[in-house]
Design a protein around this ligand. Structure first.
Ligand SMILES: Nc1ncnc2c1ncn2[C@@H]1O[C@H](COP(=O)(O)OP(=O)(O)O)[C@@H](O)[C@H]1O
Ligand SMILES: CC(=O)N[C@@H](CCC(=O)OP(=O)(O)O)C(=O)O
Length: 292
């Protein structure tokens, strides 16, 4: 059949679009902590995500917001305690944490992203029952059970909503909270949440943004940055080189790789240009995790 010239161009474009969509790479970015507190940095992060989309990537963001939660709890005169990097979450604290993460951090982030050319959609794990959780049963170094309150462990993830949004060019921005089938809502460490979600949505790349260039062999000396680390080396460095906030970041990267993510890296979110330097310009930066 002979097609009208215009139609044939349209068909050709549609075909190309389909092809691009089918081969689109998906990047999940974890954004949190100190790299989040400066609004100017948030604008730059938005510009980086825009560049990724222009280059054909689908982008999903998971965010934390530790410093914002700390402020909210302080304001409400609720004491906050961390055990092994996890915030002990009493019900009264949970209410403030949920307000801070969904009502403040997520809402503000969405405004910044959408004022900077993106079509970002604010979510938490609760939406459409995307992420479900159970109470996390923590054990200390001696194997003794420790009650962390409403800290959750992810049980299921339904990637359907994320797939629909990404296909249409939206940027899902997900706060690290989920419901349990027991009627409780849970507070989940954002690194852990992000790594699990990266695996479940078949992300090609998982980028963890923090406030340093990567993992340093001798923290805080940036000249000792470790460019690549495999699972065996992670085990060797755990508790010696890998300390504090780096523990859940490294663990979530390894977890995501085990669940099929192709590349996992820690980059400096206070240097937002690192995102495209890594994903588009392929510069050798950050700390890359591997499982081989
Ligand atoms: N070996 C290490 N190399 C780099 N940073 C380290 C290392 N060990 C511990 N850290 C700490 O981990 C921090 C990042 O974790 P965290 O503060 O939880 O980040 P975020 O707030 O971005 O979630 C760094 O600022 C640093 O203080
Ligand atoms: C259970 C637990 O510790 N939850 C975290 C969730 C936020 C988070 O992880 O934020 P960052 O990524 O900014 O650290 C908390 O309450 O601080």
């Amino acid at each position: 059949m002979k097609l009208h010239k215009g139609t044939s161009v349209l068909r050709k474009n549609q075909f190309n679009l389909k092809k691009v969509k089918m081969s689109r790479q998906r990047i999940l970015i974890k954004y949190g902590g100190n790299a989040m507190i400066n609004p100017e940095l948030q604008k730059e992060i938005a510009a980086q995500i825009f560049k990724l989309q222009q280059s054909g990537f689908e982008v999903i963001m998971v965010h934390g917001g530790g410093p914002f939660i700390n402020k909210s709890l302080e304001k409400a005169a609720i004491k906050s305690q961390f055990i092994d990097g996890l915030r002990v979450t009493e019900p009264i604290a949970f209410a403030e944490i949920q307000k801070a993460l969904i009502g403040e951090v997520n809402a503000n982030l969405i405004s910044v992203l959408n004022q900077n050319s993106l079509r970002a959609v604010g979510l938490s794990g609760k939406d459409a029952g995307m992420v479900t959780a159970v109470k996390y049963q923590h054990k200390d170094a001696e194997g003794k059970a420790v009650d962390l309150g409403l800290v959750g462990e992810i049980t299921t993830i339904d990637p359907g909503l994320i797939n629909v949004l990404c296909k249409e060019g939206f940027v899902p921005v997900v706060a690290c909270i989920a419901d349990g089938s027991d009627g409780q809502s849970y507070n989940i460490n954002a690194d852990t949440f992000a790594g699990k979600l990266a695996g479940a949505v078949n992300a090609d790349q998982f980028i963890v943004l923090t406030d340093v260039d990567g993992l340093f062999l001798k923290y805080p000396d940036p000249d000792t940055i470790i460019r690549q680390l495999n699972e065996k080396e992670v085990a060797e460095h755990m508790g010696t080189t890998i300390l504090g906030g780096m523990i859940p970041k490294i663990q979530s990267c390894v977890q995501s790789l085990k669940e099929g993510v192709k590349k996992a890296i820690i980059l400096n979110g206070t240097q937002p240009q690192q995102i495209t330097e890594y994903a588009i310009e392929k510069k050798e930066i950050g700390t890359t995790l591997t499982i081989k």
